[in-house]
Design a protein around this ligand. Structure first.
Ligand code: SAM
Length: 228
């Protein structure tokens, strides 16, 4: 861990937005999920939620470009559980979905805790999900085709959310609580060592100013060096 790398990781964590997230509903093409994760990283999103009817789609590193290491993916098998779980945490869930109650996506306030629901490539947002969410939002389409690719729709809406949050100064101060910040800092700097500490049920050690580990348990070092 170089001091420069440590500062870079801190810079990214300093801008993470724990109260902005994405929920995908059976978006199953790996390049779409990967592109959404990559955009989420660029926006400063900490976690993406994903409901998968079949298997979890693999992430394509060529598309995600490593962003999957910095954005946590939570998976569910039931859309209602995913939506109500987010609502109980205080999120408003907005479905990107064309319906008779859709409003222009720019009309919403994304500085409030927000989750954007995106639907499947072929059939979009399910009726059940459309009933459960707080609002339906639409990106105006003025051409011949009625919808955007799902990862493009995600990017359009998320960059509006970023624009509003930049204006509100949300990227100028740390928005993660200290416990989450310190945990992620250690895990992002030292993923293998962090995994050893977790396996042993031990608290992570403190880091110095340049990211150096201040005190390490001998067993964590031993385990680290015996990793394949
Ligand atoms: N035939 C599908 C439908 O009727 O919804 C099209 C699905 S579209 C390819 C996949 C997802 O991208 C949609 O469920 C929606 O979440 C998002 N999306 C695409 N274009 C959009 C737009 N103009 N406004 C809002 N969301 C859009």
């Amino acid at each position: 861990m170089t001091p420069e790398r440590f500062q870079r990781i801190k810079q990214v964590l300093n801008r993470r937005q724990p109260d902005l997230t994405v929920l995908t509903e059976d978006v199953h093409k790996p390049h779409n999920v990967s592109a959404i994760i990559r955009t989420s990283d660029a926006i400063g999103i900490l976690e993406v939620h994903s409901v998968n009817l079949v298997d979890e789609p693999p992430i394509f590193n060529q598309v995600a470009r490593g962003s999957q290491k910095w954005v946590n993916l939570h998976t569910y098998s039931d859309i209602k559980i995913a939506i109500t779980g987010l609502q109980q945490q205080g999120f408003k869930v907005y479905a990107a979905h064309l319906s008779d109650r859709s409003i222009n996506y720019c009309k919403l306030d994304y500085t409030k805790p927000t989750a954007i629901l995106l639907g499947a490539e072929k059939w979009g947002v399910s009726e059940e999900a459309a009933r459960e969410v707080d609002e339906h939002i639409i990106i105006p389409m003025l051409g011949m085709v009625q919808s955007l690719n799902v990862s493009v729709a995600a990017a359009v809406i998320l960059f509006e959310a970023q624009r509003q949050r930049l204006k509100a100064g949300y990227y100028d101060r740390v928005r993660l609580d200290k416990e989450t910040y310190d945990r992620l800092l250690f895990e992002w700097c030292y993923p293998e060592i962090a995994s050893n500490y977790r396996q042993q049920g031990k608290a992570y050690p403190n880091l110095g100013e340049d990211g150096e580990i201040l005190e390490v348990s001998q067993s964590a070092i031993d385990n680290y060096w015996t990793l394949d």
